[in-house]
Design a protein around this ligand. Structure first.
Ligand code: G3I
Length: 374
């Protein structure tokens, strides 16, 4: 499966006198800069064709390139909480066991995806009784403490709150929990304060998808307001998770980047000036506004990725970069947003046949060029 990799990054030793040099993986390139490279992964039945640890082909990519993992879905309320009184840890436990066996640390994603659409149906219709604020607080504290308590120091970074800001108007979403508690702020603050108590060793992250493309200004403003509010209220939040679901803007990535980077840097400067760290939590690229031709698309995606990472990696506050999947084969984008003209999406560093793409080389080059972290 990995034969293509040798062609891509290991072909330099073709002269007889020059020995074949083992190509450096993304995790090795990251480690050389004091960073970690990671990816999402999934649960799957043994040998199933999924982006899972139990798929040997996918596991090989994780072990080759990753020094950090995150469960794509299995730690979410929808996966862990069949009801208000039950937890089901079977799938996530199996993923943790595999990661532990391979000495791969895991990030926690997530303790509260604060949107009604992504909470379990039972939670949105839950009867919180005569003292709703107290009952909702109990439910949230129980969830966060139980999850954090179960994994203890095995998980050292959590997306405590995910996507709480409505990009349409920068307001905070309401769920049944926040309505019962009186406000979204009270709900998010409680999630972070509880996580700090239950996982004192962990980095606590607010994770969202505000990005650098046009149309994200309101979302960025909402996230900045939320981060300022956390500071004012003394809420223990350590870093902003910049999901990085990028969207190409056309073939000429260089021109696009020149247009986008000023505003984006101003946003990152404001975030870091408040004292927050940065994590790239879910990197992938939607090949919008690009022709169907694979070579053209791959080139533009790679150039866009490189330009983005060059900006991001210039921030010493950024130490961890995670992909939202290693291969196009299992990417969520194909299911959620297929191309209207039909050809398969190509958002990840490996293609659907597990061959590395120009995006892989672009990430490797960006890591190689990144300043060293102390
Ligand atoms: O598990 C069920 C399965 O039993 C059923 O047969 C199947 C039928 O559709 O659905 C399965 O659940 C799906 C799940 O992915 C696992 O494949 C859900 O319907 C589907 O909604 C879910 O989508 C995930 C989505 O988050 C919502 O949780 C995507 O895989 C996942 O990539 C996506 O990840 C999010 C991050 O958590 C937050 N940031 C954005 C990112 C991309 O949307």
């Amino acid at each position: 499966m990995l034969a293509g990799l040798a062609v891509l990054v290991g072909a330099r030793g073709s002269a007889a006198s020059e020995p074949e040099v083992a190509p450096r993986s993304l995790k090795q390139l990251a480690a050389a800069k004091g960073m970690r490279m990671g990816s999402s992964f999934a649960w799957g039945a043994q040998g199933a064709d999924r982006g899972s640890f139990a798929n040997p082909a996918y596991a090989a990519l994780l072990m080759r390139d990753c020094s950090l993992l995150v469960a794509e879905n299995e730690m979410k309320w929808q996966a862990l909480r069949p009801s208000a009184t039950q937890f089901d840890f079977a799938r996530f436990d199996a993923m943790m066991a595999w990661a532990d066996a391979n000495a791969l640390p895991v990030r926690g994603h997530n303790l509260l995806w604060h949107q009604p659409k992504w909470m379990p149906r039972w939670e949105e219709t839950h009867d919180f009784g005569a003292t709703p604020a107290r009952a909702a607080e109990r439910l949230l504290v129980d969830h966060v403490s139980t999850v954090c308590g179960r994994y203890g120091s095995r998980i050292r970074s959590y997306d405590v709150v995910n996507e709480a800001v409505d990009p349409k108007d920068a307001s905070l979403y309401q769920t049944a929990l926040s309505r019962a508690m009186g406000s979204p702020e009270a709900t998010l603050d409680l999630a972070f304060r509880t996580a700090r108590r239950a996982a004192p060793q962990a980095q606590l992250v607010y994770n969202d998808y505000m990005s650098w493309e046009p149309g994200n200004a309101t979302h960025r403003a909402g996230v900045l307001k939320l981060l300022e509010g956390f500071k004012t209220r003394g809420v223990p939040v350590d870093a902003l998770g910049v999901q990085s679901h990028l969207v190409t803007q056309g073939i000429d990535a260089r021109a696009t980047i020149a247009e986008l980077e000023g505003e984006w840097r101003r946003f990152l400067d404001e975030v870091t000036a408040m004292g927050y760290g940065l994590v790239i939590t879910e990197l992938d690229v939607r090949d919008n506004s690009l022709p169907a031709d694979v070579a053209v698309r791959d080139r533009a995606v790679a150039d866009f990725t490189r330009g983005y990472l060059d900006v991001m990696l210039a921030y010493p506050q950024l130490r961890d970069v995670l992909l939202w999947g290693m291969t196009d084969r299992y990417s969520w984008i194909e299911g959620f947003e297929p191309r209207k003209d039909k050809p398969r999406r190509r958002p990840c560093p490996y293609d659907a046949a597990f061959k590395p793409k120009p995006m892989y080389t672009a990430i490797a080059a960006a890591l190689a060029a990144a300043p060293h972290r102390a």
